[in-house]
Write a protein that binds this ligand. Structure first.
Ligand SMILES: Nc1ncnc2c1ncn2[C@@H]1O[C@H](COP(=O)(O)OP(=O)(O)O)[C@@H](O)[C@H]1O
Ligand SMILES: [Mg+2]
Length: 349
């Protein structure tokens, strides 16, 4: 098949997505496909380009990827560096390239990639793509909506509220008790997330979160262990435990090698891991997700399970959480990427 792997974009997870894209592109090439890895925002070449035999030059047409810096990217600088300075999210030649592919593997994370907008655009252009549709992507990206749907489906999630920047409240008026977690409503990769233990920290945490978005979520801080459960074709994979060496699972601990200990299958009593897997499958149904996704969980000291959120485009490097879970049931990274392409294409049959 001719496949375009789309990475980059304009979200705080831009750099992370290049690594996902690079690994997925290499895996799909090993499966015999002609794969072009492209940066959706920077595009390919300048001005219009003759794309006639582009998949026969797929390696040469692909972007090169270095490692992930330990801090989130400066998106204003990224925007300034684009040569055509157009207001279009799709860089030069990207849409034409995607229309020529048998399928686009969306290796984006965060805004524009994971929030349903690219899926909606591709539906209108008749471009086939991997993963969940536009509607469920948008719902899952919104932590407030997700929380409401979790509660309606009896999936336990921390008690919380949302707050608009224009209606900022003092902590005493939130109805919550310290400690709490403050996070942007539609962010990812822990960017802008703070754990708040005092009223002073609360004000600083709001300032930080409001830098990223006008709406934030405040919820009870759950002290305990952290887990994640991938779901492929509606069926939960084994639970993985993530234990940061220092602090919580923030941006640095997510992407710097050696900063978190990951154990799969997690060392948990089977009734607890089984329950977590059932909640993960239930979350997929509640939000209408398809193909593949990954739910994040906390387990409190008194063994209560809380589902934090759903990721519709989870990290896809061989050492990312979902691929490790697939590995634990004997599915190689190449087979996982191939399977995602196959089950995504089934939707158009
Ligand atoms: N209610 C909470 N209690 C304790 N830790 C939390 C809570 N919410 C988030 N965290 C920490 O912040 C991280 C990021 O939060 P999450 O809701 O998964 O958002 P995202 O991964 O989209 O940034 C989690 O992996 C966890 O370490
Ligand atoms: Mg998360």
């Amino acid at each position: 098949m001719n496949i375009v792997v789309l990475a980059g974009g304009l979200s705080t997870e831009r750099d992370v997505s290049f690594v996902t894209g690079d690994m997925v592109a290499k895996a799909l090439r090993r499966k015999g496909h002609k794969v072009i890895l492209a940066d959706v925002f920077m595009g390919m070449g300048e001005g219009s380009m003759d794309l006639a035999d582009i998949f026969d030059r797929s390696l040469e047409a692909s972007i090169e990827v270095a490692g992930i810096p330990t801090t989130a990217p400066d998106l204003e600088a990224v925007k300034k560096s684009r040569k055509d300075q157009s207001g279009c999210f799709f860089g030069p030649n990207i849409l034409d390239l995607c229309r020529m592919a048998d399928i686009v593997f969306i290796a984006l994370h965060g805004a524009n990639g994971e929030d349903g907008r690219i899926q909606a655009a591709f539906d209108l252009f008749g471009i086939k793509y991997t993963g969940t549709d536009y509607r469920s992507s948008a719902i899952a990206m919104d932590k407030e909506l997700t929380k409401e749907l979790f509660l309606a489906s009896r999936i336990p999630t921390p008690r919380g509220i949302s707050m608009q920047k224009s209606a900022r409240k003092a902590f005493a008026d939130t109805g919550l008790t310290l400690p709490v977690v403050v996070k942007p409503c539609c962010g990812g990769s822990s960017v802008g997330v703070s754990i708040v233990r005092s009223p002073e920290e609360y004000e600083r945490a709001l300032d930080t979160a409001f830098c990223y978005e006008d709406q934030v979520i405040l919820e009870d801080y759950i002290e305990g262990r952290e887990f994640s459960v991938g779901v492929l074709e509606g069926k939960a994979l084994p639970v993985i435990e993530i234990a940061p060496v220092e602090g919580f699972y923030d941006y640095k601990n997510k992407y710097k090698a050696g900063s978190a200990v990951e154990t799969c299958p997690a060392d948990l009593p089977p009734e607890i891991s089984g329950e977590m897997q059932r909640y993960a499958e239930e979350a997929v149904r509640a939000l209408g997700l398809c193909t593949y996704s990954r739910m994040d969980f906390l387990l409190s000291r008194d063994n209560r399970i809380f589902c934090l959120e759903a990721n519709t485009l989870p990290g896809m490097t061989p050492t990312s959480l979902l691929p490790q879970e697939a590995q634990a049931v004997g599915m190689s990274f190449e087979d996982l990427c191939q399977r995602i392409v196959e089950i995504s294409l089934d939707k158009w049959k």
